[in-house]
Design a protein around this ligand. Structure first.
Ligand code: DAH
Length: 344
C-alpha cells in the first residue's frame, strides 16, 4: 500500500504540474483528492490492515493528501496571477490620452454682478432683505401708492406696467422700491438693507431695453441720517465697483418717494468724459437713483419722520454690468447663447 501511495503521489504531482488550465487542475483535484478519489479509496482499505500498518499507512496517506492539496493551491494561485495579469494588460488605461471635453457651467454675468454688489454693501454694514418682502407679483398699492406716487402718475399707466388678471390692481412690479415698504412695515428702525430682484416693464424690447430686468434696492433708516450719509455710502460703492480713479457726480432729480432726489453719474468709461455715443455726448453715465426717504413714505409705514430719517437708492443690474464690460445689447443677457455667456 505504501508503494501504491507513492505511485499515486507521483502520478498526481505530474498531472497537477502539467495542468495548463484551471479546468485541468480541477479535474486532477477531483480524481485524487475528492471523496470518490484515489486517495480515499486507499483509506477505505485501511480497515483490513494491522493496527501498526493502519497507523503508518494512514499518516502517510494524510501526508500525501496535504502535499497534493498545497501543490494544487499553489498552482491555482499561479493561474489566478496569470488571469489577473491578462486582465490588467487588456484593461490598461492610457493616461496620456487627451480627456473627454466636459463643458463647465458658469455663473451668469448678471448673477455675478448681483453677488459683487451685495458683497460691497455687506462690507458697508448692509444685510440682504428677506426675499418674502420682495415679491415679483405685487399690488399697485405697495408698488406705487405707499411710495407716494400720485394716483395719476404716468408710470401707473398701462403702457409701463404689466397688469395681471389675478385681481384688479395686482401687477408685475415695475421697481424693487416696494420692498422698502414691506421691510419697514415689518421692522422698525434702525434699518440697513439691500434687496436684489427682478422687475418688469411693458416696453418694446430693444438693444437698451428689455421688459424684464433686475434692480438692487437699498434702504437705510435711523436717527440723524442726512444727505451726507447718502453721498458717503454711494460714493464708496461706486468707487469700489468702478475703481477709485473714476469721477462721480450727484445730479438733482425727481422720484415720488424721495425728497430731495438725486441721480448718480460716473464719468463715461468709453470716452473718459470727452463725450461719445455711449454717453450721448455728455461725458457722464447715469448709474443709480437715490434720495432721502420722503416723509410721506415714512408716515405710510408708521415711522415718525420727526424722529427718523433715511435714504434709499436703486440701481439697474443690467446697466451696471453693461457699463463694466462694455456690452452694447441688453438682450444678450437673456438669449442663453453660450458664446456670450462663457466670456464671463
Ligand atoms: N425705483 C427707481 C426706478 O425704478 C429707482 C430708485 C430711485 C430707487 C431712487 C430708489 C430711489 O430707492 O431712492 O427707476
Amino acid at each position: 500500500m505504501k508503494e501504491k501511495l507513492e505511485l499515486i503521489l507521483k502520478a498526481a504531482m505530474e498531472e497537477i504540474n502539467k495542468a495548463s488550465t484551471i479546468q485541468e487542475l480541477e479535474d486532477a483535484k477531483l480524481k485524487y483528492l475528492s471523496r470518490k478519489g484515489e486517495l480515499n479509496s486507499i483509506k477505505k482499505n485501511l480497515k483490513d490492515l494491522s493496527d501498526e500498518d493502519k497507523r503508518i499507512v494512514g499518516s502517510l496517506a494524510n501526508e500525501v493528501y496535504n502535499k497534493l492539496d498545497s501543490l494544487i493551491s499553489e498552482r491555482n494561485n499561479e493561474f489566478y496571477k496569470i488571469e489577473l495579469d491578462k486582465k490588467l494588460k487588456s484593461e490598461k488605461i492610457d493616461i496620456t490620452l487627451p480627456s473627454d471635453f466636459r463643458p463647465q457651467g458658469k455663473i451668469h454675468p448678471l448673477t455675478q454682478t448681483v453677488n459683487e454688489i451685495v458683497e460691497i454693501f455687506q462690507g458697508l454694514g448692509f444685510s440682504v432683505m428677506p426675499s418674502e418682502y420682495s415679491p415679483e407679483v405685487e399690488t399697485e398699492y405697495i408698488n406705487f401708492d405707499m411710495l407716494n406716487f400720485p394716483p395719476d402718475h404716468p408710470a401707473k399707466d398701462m403702457q409701463d406696467t404689466f397688469y395681471t388678471k389675478v385681481a384688479p390692481n395686482v401687477i408685475l412690479r415695475s421697481q424693487t422700491s416696494g420692498a422698502q415698504i414691506r421691510q419697514m412695515l415689518n421692522q422698525k428702525p434702525p434699518v440697513r438693507v439691500i434687496s436684489p430682484g427682478r422687475v418688469y416693464r411693458c416696453e418694446s424690447v430693444s438693444a437698451r431695453k428689455n421688459n424684464l430686468f433686475h434692480q438692487i434696492e437699498g434702504l437705510l433708516v435711523d436717527k440723524d441720517i442726512t444727505f451726507a450719509d447718502l453721498k458717503g455710502i454711494l460714493n464708496e460703492f461706486v468707487r469700489i465697483y468702478f475703481g477709485s480713479s473714476r469721477p462721480t457726480r450727484f445730479r438733482a432729480s425727481y422720484f415720488p418717494f424721495t425728497e430731495p432726489s438725486a441721480e448718480v453719474d460716473v464719468q463715461c468709461i468709453m470716452c473718459e468724459g470727452k463725450g461719445c455715443r455711449t454717453c450721448s455726448g455728455t461725458g457722464w453715465l447715469e448709474v443709480l437713483g437715490a434720495g432721502m426717504v420722503h416723509p410721506n413714505v415714512l408716515r405710510n409705514v408708521g415711522i415718525d419722520p420727526e424722529v427718523y430719517s433715511g435714504f434709499a437708492f436703486g440701481m439697474g443690474v443690467e446697466r451696471l454690468t453693461m457699463l463694466k464690460y462694455a456690452i452694447n445689447d441688453i438682450r444678450l443677457f437673456f438669449n442663453n447663447d453660450t458664446r456670450f455667456l462663457k466670456q464671463f
